[in-house]
Write a new protein. Structure first.
Lengths: 259, 392
C-alpha cells in the first residue's frame, strides 16, 4: 500500500502570527514555522499502518522553499520519501486552487491512501480534504478519530459533537484525522540523521501540468481584501450564584460546547 | 500597555547559529521529551526521593538517548555536540535525570562498548540502548573517592573463575540495575568486570536521606565472594586509565549538562523578576537585579562557548582529558553560582519546590563533587601547567 501524507508548514500557533500588510496573506517569512499540528497525527497514523501492513509512506507538501525544514522534520519521524511542490506562482492561492495542485501531485504519485490532518492551524477552513477527494474521485473519510484497515477496506470512526459515526469505504481513499486518533511519536535521533539522506523530489507547477494562471492570486476564487487585528478581549459574562445560577452556567457551557 | 521585548540569555550571542540543523533537531526532540515527561513530575519525584528510572529509560530510549554517541548495537551514533545538547536539555529538567542518561550511556555502556568482548557487547548493549536493561558503574568506595587507585575491592582467580570481594559506594542506579561494571584490583592492577546484579553474593542497598540529586537513585553495592566466570573480565581494560577514560566521557556530558541547570534557573528568575513587583515596579527593573542577570548571562554564554569548543574537538577526535577538566571545573562552578544567585532573585519563593531553582542549586552540589571534584580538576590542570603532580 502506498500512503501519501499531506504536510503543511504553518506559523507556530503558540507564537505571534500575522497577516502581511502588503497582500493580506499569512506572514510566513517572519514567523517561526512548524509542521501543522494535526499533520503529525496523520504521519503517525500512516507509519502505524506501514508497520502493520508494509508499504510505503510519502510526504507531500505544497509550500515555499523554507517548507523543506518541515519536510525534513516530517521525514525524521520515519516516512520513506517526500515530494515538495514549490513555485513562485503559488503565492496567494486559495483553498480551491491548492486542492488542484495537491490532487495533481497525488495522482502523479498513484496513492492507495491519502492521509491528512482535518484542518490547518493557519487557514482552518477544513475543506481541503473534501476538495481533494472530489477532484480525485475517491472516497473521503473525514474527521477520523480511529482508522482500521483490512486489505482494501477502510473503516473510520468520524468524530462528531455528540459522539461518532462509523464510515467505511475501500481504497483508493482519503482519510483526514483529528488529534484524538493517536499519540504521535517523537522523531528519533536515528530518524533525524537518516532524514537528510531520504529522497526529496521537488516539483514545479509545470511538472504537474498546471498553468500559473490557474493558481495564486490570478486563479483565486476568494481574496482577502482587508484585515485588522482582533479587538482586545471584552470582559466576560458574570453569572451570579443565585437560584438559577447553576442552570445558567450549564446552559452557557453547553452553548459553547464545553459539555 | 507596556510592550517589553526580551532576549533569552543564550540568544544574546546567537549561539544557535553555531549548530547544524541536525544538532538543533536533536535538541528539539530532547526538549520535548523533557517538557512532556520530566518537567511535570520532577518536583514530586524530588520531594519523594523516588524516580521511575525504568519508565524514563524506556521513554528516553525511544528517541535514542541511551548511548546516543556510541555506534552499533542499536545506538544512535550521534555526534559529541548533539550528545552535549541532549545533556543540557535533560539537566534543564533535572541533574538527576541527566545522571541517569550519563551513567547508562557514558559510563556503563561506554565501558562495555570500548573495553568489552564481542560477547559482552552482544549480550548487554542492545538491551541497554533500548532501555530494557539498566547499567551502573562501580568505581567509588566508602573509603576511596578521589583516589580510586587505592581501591580495596579485590578480584582473585580461583581456577578459571574470578572471585570479587569489596564494597562500592555512591553508585548511581545500583539498587535497580541489571548489570554493573565493577572496577577491582587484581594482580595485574585495576581491571573491570561485567557483573549481573543477580549474581549470588551481590547485594545493593539504597542511599537514603540525600539532600541533593533526589530525583536519582543512588546505592551501595556489597560484593561478598562473588564468583564470576573467566569471561566476566573486560578484556581490553588495563589499569586505572580505563575507568578514567569512561569518566572523561561522562564529564564531557556534564560540561554541557550543568549549563542546562543554570539556564533553567536563569529563565525562571527572569520570568519571576519581570512579574514580581516591589516598591511599585518589577524587580527586574532594579539595577542590582540586572547586574545579577547580566553577570549570569555572560557566564552562561562563556560556558556554552567552552562546551561547544570541547564538543567540536571531540567530534574531530582530538579532545584531551585535561580539556574536559577545564570544562567541568568552570561550567559546574559557574552553574552553581548562577543557580544560587537566581535563588536570591526569587526571594522566599526561591526556597520553594514550586520553582526549580533551589532544586538545581542543590543538585549542582553533587555535580560539583562527582566525576572528579573541583579540586581534583584543579590538580589535573595544575599538573598540566607545572609538570608537577600535587595529588598525593
Ligand atoms: C549522588 C552521587 C552519585 C554518584 N554516582 C557515582 C557512580 O555512579 N559511580 C561511582 O563510581 N561514583 C559515584 N559517585 C561518587 C563520586 O564520584 C565521589 O563522591 C567523588 O569522586 C568524590 O569522592 P569522595 O566523595 O570520596 O570525596 P573525597 O575523595 O573524600 O574528597 C573529599 C574532599 O577532599 C578533597 N580532596 C581529595 N583529595 C584531594 C587532594 N589530593 N587535594 C585537594 N583536595 C582533595 C575533595 O576535592 C573533596 O573536596 C557519586 C556521588 C554522588 C554524590
Amino acid at each position: 500500500m502506498k500512503i501519501v501524507v499531506l504536510v503543511k508548514q504553518v506559523p507556530d500557533s503558540g507564537a505571534d502570527r500575522n497577516l502581511r500588510s502588503d497582500d493580506n496573506t499569512v506572514d510566513r517569512a517572519s514567523a517561526s514555522n512548524v509542521i501543522n499540528e494535526m499533520d503529525e497525527y496523520a504521519i503517525e497514523e500512516a507509519l502505524r499502518l506501514q508497520e502493520a501492513h508494509g508499504g510505503e509512506v510519502v510526504i507531500l507538501t505544497v509550500g515555499p522553499d523554507r517548507a523543506t525544514e518541515s519536510i525534513r522534520k516530517a521525514l525524521s519521524m520515519g516516512p520513506d520519501s517526500a515530494v515538495h511542490v514549490v513555485d513562485d506562482a503559488l503565492h496567494g492561492s486559495c483553498a480551491v486552487a491548492t486542492s488542484k495542485v495537491l490532487a495533481a501531485a497525488i495522482a502523479q504519485q498513484g496513492a492507495d491512501l491519502v492521509i491528512c490532518g482535518a484542518e490547518s492551524t493557519d487557514g482552518r477552513v477544513q475543506v481541503l480534504p473534501h476538495m481533494i477527494a472530489e477532484r480525485l474521485g475517491i472516497a473521503a473519510l473525514t474527521g477520523a478519530r480511529k482508522l482500521t484497515v483490512d486489505g482494501t477496506s477502510l473503516t473510520i470512526e468520524r468524530q462528531t459533537d455528540e459522539g461518532y459515526e462509523v464510515v467505511t469505504a475501500s481504497t483508493p481513499a482519503l482519510v483526514s484525522v483529528w488529534d484524538t486518533i493517536n499519540d504521535p511519536r517523537y522523531p528519533s535521533f536515528k530518524g533525524i540523521m537518516a532524514a537528510k539522506k531520504k529522497p526529496l523530489q521537488t516539483l514545479s507547477l509545470g511538472d504537474l501540468g498546471i498553468a500559473a494562471g490557474e493558481v495564486g492570486f490570478d486563479g483565486a476564487t476568494s481574496t482577502v481584501v482587508e484585515h485588522s487585528k482582533r479587538p482586545p478581549r471584552q470582559a466576560g459574562n458574570k453569572i451570579d450564584a443565585g437560584d438559577d445560577g447553576g442552570s445558567k452556567l450549564v446552559e452557557y457551557l453547553a452553548s459553547e460546547k464545553f459539555v | 500597555m507596556l510592550v517589553v521585548t526580551t532576549t533569552r540569555p543564550l540568544d544574546l550571542l546567537d549561539v544557535d547559529a553555531l549548530h547544524s540543523e541536525e544538532e538543533l533537531a536533536i535538541r528539539a526532540v530532547v526538549r520535548r521529551v523533557v517538557d512532556d515527561h520530566v518537567r511535570p513530575n520532577v518536583a514530586d519525584w524530588y520531594e519523594r526521593g523516588q524516580v521511575p528510572v525504568r519508565d524514563l529509560a524506556k521513554e528516553f530510549a525511544s528517541v535514542g538517548l541511551l548511548g546516543m554517541h556510541l555506534t552499533g548495537y542499536g545506538c544512535a551514533g550521534a555526534g559529541a555536540v548533539a550528545y552535549g545538547l541532549a545533556c543540557l536539555e535533560l539537566e534543564a529538567g533535572d541533574s538527576g535525570v541527566r545522571s541517569l542518561v550519563s551513567v547508562q550511556g557514558s559510563l556503563a555502556m561506554f565501558a562495555i562498548w570500548k573495553y568489552g568482548s564481542d560477547d559482552h557487547k552482544d549480550r548487554w548493549l542492545p538491551g541497554m540502548a533500548a532501555g530494557d536493561l539498566i547499567g551502573c558503574f562501580g568505581l567509588t568506595e566508602p573509603d576511596h573517592g578521589s583516589d580510586p587507585g587505592s581501591m580495596k575491592t579485590r578480584a582473585r582467580r580461583d581456577g578459571d573463575d574470578w572471585v570479587l570481594d569489596g564494597t562500592k559506594m555512591w553508585i548511581t542506579n545500583a539498587p535497580l540495575a541489571d548489570v554493573a561494571v565493577i572496577w577491582a584490583r587484581t594482580e595485574a592492577g585495576v581491571n573491570g568486570f561485567v557483573v549481573p546484579m543477580g549474581t549470588p553474593g551481590v547485594t545493593a542497598r539504597e542511599v537514603k536521606h540525600k539532600l541533593s540529586l533526589r530525583a536519582s537513585c543512588t546505592g551501595e553495592i556489597v560484593l561478598d565472594g562473588v564468583r564470576l566466570p573467566a569471561d566476566a573480565l573486560l578484556p581490553d581494560a588495563k589499569g586505572l586509565k580505563a575507568p578514567l577514560s569512561c569518566l572523561t566521557e561522562a564529564r564531557y556530558g556534564i560540561v554541557w549538562g550543568a549549563l542546562g541547570a543554570a539556564r533553567d534557573s536563569l529563565h525562571t528568575a527572569l520570568d519571576y523578576a519581570g512579574a514580581r513587583e516591589q516598591f511599585g515596579r518589577p524587580i527586574a527593573g532594579f539595577q542590582l537585579t540586572q547586574a545579577k542577570f547580566a553577570d549570569a548571562a555572560v557566564e552562561l554564554q562563556k560556558g556554552y562557548l567552552l562546551a561547544l569548543h570541547l564538543g567540536r574537538r571531540a567530534d574531530a577526535g582530538v579532545l584531551k582529558p585535561e580539556q574536559v577538566s577545564v570544562g567541568k571545573l568552570n561550567n559546574v562552578r559557574e552553574a552553581l553560582a548562577i543557580a544560587r544567585q537566581c535563588r536570591t532573585i526569587l526571594g522566599a519563593n526561591g526556597i520553594s519546590a514550586e520553582y526549580p531553582v533551589m532544586r538545581h542549586a542543590a543538585n549542582l552540589e553533587t555535580v560539583l563533587t562527582y566525576e572528579g571534584t573541583s579540586e581534583i580538576h584543579q590538580l589535573v590542570i595544575g599538573q598540566k601547567l607545572t609538570g608537577l603532580a600535587a595529588f598525593g
